[in-house]
Design a protein around this ligand. Sequence first.
Ligand SMILES: [Zn+2]
Length: 366
Amino acid sequence: MIRKITFLLLFSCLSIPVFSQSNLKTENVILITLDGFRWQELYTGIDAGLMNNEEYVENQDHLKELYWAENPELRREKLMPFFWTTIAREGQLYGNRNAGNHVNVTNGLFFSYPGYNEILTGYADEKVDSNDKIWNPNKTVLEFVNEQPEFAGKVAAFASWDVFPFIINSQRSGIPVNAGFEPVEGTELTDRERFLNELISEIPSPWGTVRLDAFTHHYALEHLKTDKPRLLYVAYGETDDFAHDGDYEAYIKSANQTDRFIRQLWEFVQEEEQYRGKTTFIITTDHGRGTEPTDQWRHHGADVDGADEIWIAAIGPDTPALGELGESGQLYQNQIAKTVAELLGLNYQNKVVVGDAINTIIQNSN
Ligand SMILES: [Zn+2]
């Protein structure tokens, strides 16, 4: 019966998105990004060369005590315990190039706006070629989902970087995007939201366009509690900025803290009737960073070798527990948008061909 409906819908009104799934448990998706966090640290933990380089780390013994282990598997678990206990056991991890598993961006630029455009629209657009505050002419999967009647008003985004309202085009899409140094607005704010609004004006950020991730995280968590979105996007930003600053200690500590934040979101989800057993997390990054020569870990962009190398993680009720994926895998950044939509039972298309959904993430994928 469901097949028949899909069939009829397909041929009666091609422009209306059809439900392609009927047997998925996922009803909510949380999409998470860590700006410019390298696969090297995700898969092998803290880097010995950078940890011991006094140009990048002031307090080397302290960092070593917290995150060092001889064995890379122990090292990565110290750095990203949620990834390497919960996700590795119950979900999937792509992009460990040491194991022959690759994930790449398809835009040729390897910096943020082109990367987020690719993640969120499902294709690389060569006209998106700067990080300027330009209203994105392209429609994102967030906007597409928000247009579906059963998801209308149930999509939201929280981001540390103040360019996100433009990337998601909050003006056109109508999606609430809280980003940069904006407090959250509303007549019925929670105590925590009011307190965060006070702190955000009191605590100086190290950067002009990016707030500290704790604000993004706790605003997003409050929104989850009070508004119950079905598609939430959380874009953490610190890792990229600390790397540009050449502060490896802060880059590492931020990655570790973001792992805790993601665990906190996951644990909250397990406590809530709307979300428990019905929510999938997709986690990724907008670009990689360099490795050679040493100082290239700070940088990315078209002229930095390896800055197109990224990773993807997934965990949820429709995602088989394959753990860390091995040899001869190849995924692309442009596959995330369609994967998010398909998990929500929607067949996402755009004005140009988008990357295929990642079928291994969706067990009962047709
Ligand atoms: Zn950057």
